[in-house]
Write a protein that binds this ligand. Structure first.
Ligand SMILES: CC(C)(COP(=O)(O)OP(=O)(O)OC[C@H]1O[C@@H](n2cnc3c(N)ncnc32)[C@H](O)[C@@H]1OP(=O)(O)O)[C@@H](O)C(=O)NCCC(=O)NCCS
Length: 160
């Protein structure tokens, strides 16, 4: 698949972002149900009320306009932080590729593209959180994300 079919996220993408959040939480096996994600504020805030303020994201679609991947940047606050929270001026990145499309370069391409969009919007840094053992950490390292000194475990930062 090429990444020609990439569009910006919209408010109608809540369900997609919810599914992506569930899959990301379950990267290591089925730990949570959709109901638990919906009922847990620190999970739900990754997609609830999307988009808010300067939040933005990109969706890759197949030829039938079905979403196969999404990357999104959300601004959190110290009062309601994401797992990768560093500052309310630094958006936190989440990314998901549908299981059957993984390891085909889609995630890497979307990461590259969203970084370019972020830079053009004046974003100076992007954070994220990755759990110990998740192979996604290698992808993030290749794209320049680095551990934050004195940061929470798994909290990575990319300075643009
Ligand atoms: C992480 C993810 C977005 C990467 O997208 P992708 O399209 O598979 O990535 P690419 O094909 O561009 O790059 C492949 C790289 O992704 C990582 N990767 C491969 N399989 C993976 C998997 N099952 N889960 C997570 N990361 C994986 C590896 O770094 C791999 O490269 P490497 O084997 O050379 O180290 C995607 O695999 C995914 O959605 N995984 C499940 C959910 C998840 O872990 N999300 C991230 C939470 S922090």
């Amino acid at each position: 698949m090429t990444l020609d079919s990439v569009r910006e996220t919209t408010a109608t993408d809540r369900r997609l972002l919810a599914r992506a959040t569930l899959d990301n939480l379950n990267w290591n096996g089925r730990r949570f149900t959709m109901r638990e994600v919906e009922d847990t504020p620190q999970f739900r805030h990754y997609y609830d009320g999307w988009p808010s303020g300067e939040d933005f994201g990109l969706v890759a679609e197949d030829t039938e306009s079905v979403a196969v991947a999404v990357v999104w940047l959300r601004y959190f606050t110290a009062e309601d932080p994401g797992y990768g929270f560093i500052a309310d001026t630094i958006p936190e990145l989440s990314i998901w590729v549908s299981a059957e499309r993984r390891c085909q370069g889609i995630g890497g391409s979307l990461l590259h593209r969203v970084t370019e969009v972020a830079r053009s919007r004046g974003v100076t840094a992007i954070s994220l959180s990755v759990e110990d053992g998740n192979p996604a950490a290698r992808l993030y390292a290749r794209h320049g994300f680095r551990p934050v000194p004195n940061g929470a475990p798994g909290c990575l930062l990319l300075e643009l």
